[in-house]
Design a protein around this ligand. Structure first.
Ligand code: R5P
Length: 293
């Protein structure tokens, strides 16, 4: 049975009720709980934006559901907390491990997600005992790019801005494709090294884009820093039209889409893995639908 939270109302009629008390604590009700004894269920739930709250609401759902069935899958198209996937500095908490372990211990047998950051390719995986089916929106993004350039009867080069997303270029078989190399430096705030989401120090990769159209594909756009840097790199090498596609429009900040579109980007497209409202979002950014079956 499909169990749909209000955050996935675009996938079907929600049958899990989530409300908030006056102090904003969450309340969860599964009205059809009596039908679920021993039944296989798949929960449809978005974990972003407001990831901490969405995760806690999921824990509430699972805490009740586990009393009825042990056969629980979770469809969460974007997995937050996936970028801190190792202890780079001694003492750092590895959020990717924590979240996967938490889902496993709350009875999730399998997580189905899209372009999970720490996996860097589609397929079946396991982390902290949690089975993960990682799908990729790469083919959908590439098909969109082909259509967009096709309209103008142009060929294009597919570029990923870093090695982690280089698998996105694989859809472009028979077409020119290339991965750039991004290196982040140390982030400094008021002279203090924060060490998280540091500025990009260098973007490397010689690629012949002189007079050619380019499509940049990445898994995530967060602050937009990576994409802006990649566009600058390609423009400096003579790229003609540049379009940008990403699976997850995290858009962490104000008018991130504008920042990219105003920086020589001819088209920006993302997927509905994340539904987010940004003042710059509605008209200019194309949102592609990913399969949720
Ligand atoms: C990082 O390795 C990811 O693939 C993205 O490139 C990154 O998360 C984007 O972050 P931002 O938009 O803040 O540069």
């Amino acid at each position: 049975m499909k169990l749909i939270t209000p955050y996935c109302a675009d996938f079907g009629k929600p049958n899990i009720i989530i409300k908030h008390f006056p102090d904003n604590e969450s309340y969860v009700l599964i009205p059809e709980i009596e039908k679920l004894k021993g039944e296989p269920v798949r929960i449809y739930h978005r974990l972003y934006p407001e990831q901490d709250k969405r995760i806690f609401e999921l824990m509430l759902i699972l805490s009740r559901l586990q009393k009825e069935t042990k056969d629980i899958e979770l469809f969460a198209p974007y997995l937050p907390y996936a970028r801190q996937d190792k202890e780079k500095k001694a003492g750092e908490a590895v959020s990717a491990d924590l979240l996967c372990g938490l889902l496993k211990s709350f009875g999730v047998k399998k997580l189905i997600t899209y372009d999970c950051h720490f996996l860097s390719k589609p397929g079946d995986f396991e982390r902290e005992g949690l089975a993960i089916e990682n799908r990729s929106a790469g083919p959908e993004l590439y098909a969109y790019a082909k259509k967009w350039f096709g309209k103008k009867n142009d060929e294009f080069v597919v570029v990923s801005p870093d090695e982690g997303s280089s698998y996105f270029t694989e859809n472009a078989k028979g077409q020119l494709s290339h991965s750039l190399k991004k290196v982040r430096g140390d982030s400094k705030e008021n002279g203090t090294d924060t060490g998280i989401h540091a500025e990009i120090a260098t973007m490397e990769g010689e690629i012949d884009v002189e007079g050619k159209n380019v499509c940049i594909l990445d898994d995530i756009i967060s602050t937009g820093g990576t994409i802006v840097r990649a566009i600058d790199h390609l423009k400096a090498r003579g790229a003609k039209k540049i379009i940008v596609g990403a699976t997850h429009g995290v858009f962490a900040g104000h008018r991130i889409a504008d920042k990219i579109l105003n920086n020589s980007c001819n088209k920006l497209f993302i997927t509905n893995a994340i539904l987010i409202k940004d003042a710059s979002f509605d008209t200019q950014v194309e949102v592609l639908e990913i399969p949720n079956n």
